[in-house]
Design a protein around this ligand. Structure first.
Ligand code: ADP
Ligand code: ASP
Ligand code: MG
Length: 591
């Protein structure tokens, strides 16, 4: 018999009428011959209200008690949903995370799923019942209730679909699919027919709140096709699966992370391991850092900038203070009034000029770019929060995201929850379901680095630089622009080694016009890329990478982090050695 996992989000179960409507959808699926597991979230804004209640009592509620509180929201809705199904003449049973056998680690409020033993669910299904599963919660080995992080019911649903080898995983929500960007913010946004796991992962972590990004890690790792669709209609929505919608389209979507904060640690001794000290202090607090950029500053000192979610700034700064003390750094500063705008697309891997198009569009609107990082399938810029909305609209229009793609991809290969042999082996080897899983470690020795320092920090400069480079027909790979000191920024990028001389000539001319020093360069760099799943949510990943390289005396010159890949640039002479170091360091999680 086929198994279907359905999930209804908060708005879809906000009142009794909506609960009854969701119940009818579940019943219909059973009538069509399936066994149904229905995952539900807390009703409407219940979780927000619970968070507020806690805040009225204390600023710093114990995390264990927070989970005890937050998990009650889902317990209310599972009971009501089971009652609704009974009232319509069908059998149902509600279950909490513990009753479903969802074991997590003990990171309260952000727990990771370790294992699921779905025996009880299976028995209930075999008894002809609809199982109503409480989303977002589990239990740790000490029997304490845990929650998976805001939006975590998506992760419950996809994880259950994975362990039950479900034939379908349907996410019912208040939009009718995944759009090119949040349709409530940009009304011109277009609904995608499908989107690849990697693209959805990047968009989710870049701020597209429609799916919890960890749910997509599960979907990718266990090859679960996910159908995002409307609770209020029967129309098909968006399939999240292995294939992209249009492989030739450079960008499939844009996202905004509005409430970000930038932190810069000043005057860090420029030696192997310095960055590691900073990031391990922060990782120890379970905070994910993003947009990490390092500047070569004067006299053997570097400035290291990164971003975190604004709510996590106070805790982050505690870690930063500790790191400054340990490193003897000059100090730090921060800006909590910034937003991150990202564009994502598998197609940008093979197409030049995508970054330039984004920078030009922003320049034409007079929007200043504070920081830039790129990965293979994502470009992110940091802007002032006041211009964030305009920036999002601008890039959405610049890539024509409101229009149907000219050459859509072919039909989706038949969806199958069967795992490839490699992945199946790896998953069996994994102790915990949400463990970090790496599938590739690559060394690229074909590139050179160009660094421009003292770049005037004003709108349009990045656009001019990359237009100049593109005019020379040169394909740029990694780009990082950091916050500089006193209104000047630093910008580094990599190009194919054979194009270095020409790049320097082109940028050199422009540097003169902009009044900045002649560009510096390194003709021989090695880029190491680690790909896999869980790269960003496993907060210790970056510090493990820095630590292992530093222990062998290898300095990291550039870094970019994304959901699916972390890349570092090191001195070209150390490429092969760095590859060995990483192979050894990550042997336990490499497929
Ligand atoms: P649920 O309660 O069902 O889990 P969420 O509020 O978590 O619903 O997610 C749905 C919301 O996500 C939509 O109402 C929409 O405003 C927002 N959203 C953000 N980015 C996107 C996007 N790219 N496509 C669709 N919706 C998006
Ligand atoms: N109720 C939880 C939240 O609001 C989980 C979820 O809705 O996915 O974050
Ligand atoms: Mg949600």
């Amino acid at each position: 018999m086929s198994i279907i996992v359905q999930k209804f989000g908060g708005t879809s179960v906000a009142d009794s009428k909506k609960i009854l409507a969701a119940a009818r959808k579940a019943i219909r699926a059973t009538m069509e011959g399936g066994q149904v597991v229905t995952v539900v979230s807390a009703m409407g804004h219940t979780t927000d209200h619970l968070v507020n209640l806690a805040k009225q009592i204390t600023d710093q509620p114990p995390a264990r008690e927070m989970d005890m509180l937050l998990s009650t929201g889902e317990q209310v809705s599972v009971a009501l949903m089971a009652m609704a199904i009974h009232s319509l003449g069908h059998q149902a049973i509600s279950m909490t995370g513990a009753q479903m056998g969802i074991i997590t680690d003990s990171t309260h409020t952000k727990a990771r799923i370790r294992s699921i033993t779905p025996d009880r669910i299976r028995r209930a299904l075999d008894d002809g019942k609809v199982v109503i599963a409480a989303g977002f919660q589990g239990i740790n080995p000490a029997d304490d209730i845990t929650t998976l992080g805001r939006g975590g019911s998506d992760t419950t649903a996809v994880a259950l679909a994975a362990v039950l080898h479900a034939d379908a995983c349907e996410i019912y929500t208040d939009v009718d699919g995944v759009y090119t960007t949040d349709p409530r913010v940009v009304p011109e946004a277009r609904r995608l027919k499908r989107i690849s796991y990697d693209e959805m992962l990047e968009l989710a972590s870049a701020g597209a709140g429609v799916m919890h990004s960890r749910s997509i890690e599960f979907a990718k790792k266990f090859n679960v096709p996910v159908h995002v669709r409307s609770s209020f209609s029967d129309q098909a929505g968006t399939m999240i699966c292995a294939e992209p919608e249009a492989p030739d389209q450079p960008v499939c979507g844009a996202a905004m992370a509005k409430d970000e904060a930038r932190v810069t640690v000043l005057g860090v001794p420029d030696r192997p391991g310095a960055a590691m000290t900073i990031f391990s202090q922060i990782a120890a607090k379970n905070i994910a850092t993003d947009m990490i950029v390092q500047n070569v500053a004067a006299e053997g000192l570097a400035d290291i900038s990164f971003t975190v979610v604004r709510d996590e700034l106070p805790v982050t700064l505690k870690g930063v203070e500790e790191a400054c003390r340990l490193l003897g750094a000059q100090g730090y500063n921060y800006d909590d009034n910034v937003s991150k705008i990202s564009v994502v697309g598998l197609g940008m891997k093979h197409q030049p000029g995508v970054a330039r198009r984004m920078f030009r569009a922003l320049a034409d609107k007079g929007i200043n770019i504070l920081m830039i990082t790129t990965s293979e399938i994502k470009i992110s810029v940091l802007v002032d929060r006041d211009s964030a909305l305009e920036a999002l609209r601008t890039v959405h229009a610049a890539f024509g995201l409101d229009k149907e793609p000219a050459q859509p991809g072919g039909a989706v290969a038949a969806a199958s929850a069967a795992l490839s042999n490699d992945t199946a082996d790896a998953v069996v080897r994994m102790q915990n379901m949400e463990d970090l899983l790496l599938d590739d470690l690559a060394l690229d020795e074909s590139q050179a680095r160009v660094t421009l320092s003292g770049v005037p920090d004003r709108a349009g400069v990045a656009a001019r630089i990359f237009e100049e480079i593109a005019a020379g027909g040169i394909v740029v790979d990694m780009i990082v622009q950091s916050i500089g000191r006193e209104e000047y920024a630093n910008l580094s990028f990599t190009v194919p080694r054979k194009d270095l001389a020409k790049s320097l000539e082109l940028v050199g001319g422009l540097a003169g016009q902009l009044g900045c020093p002649a560009p510096a360069s390194s003709p021989n760099v090695a880029k190491l890329s680690v790909s896999g799943t869980g790269m960003r949510s496993h907060t210790g990943m970056a510090s493990r990478l820095f630590r292992s390289l530093a222990a062998e005396g290898i300095n990291v010159e550039m870094i970019n982090t994304s959901e699916v890949r972390v890349s570092v640039v090191v001195d070209g002479r150390q490429g092969a050695k760095a590859l060995d170091v990483l192979r050894t360091e990550f042997a336990d999680v490499l497929v």
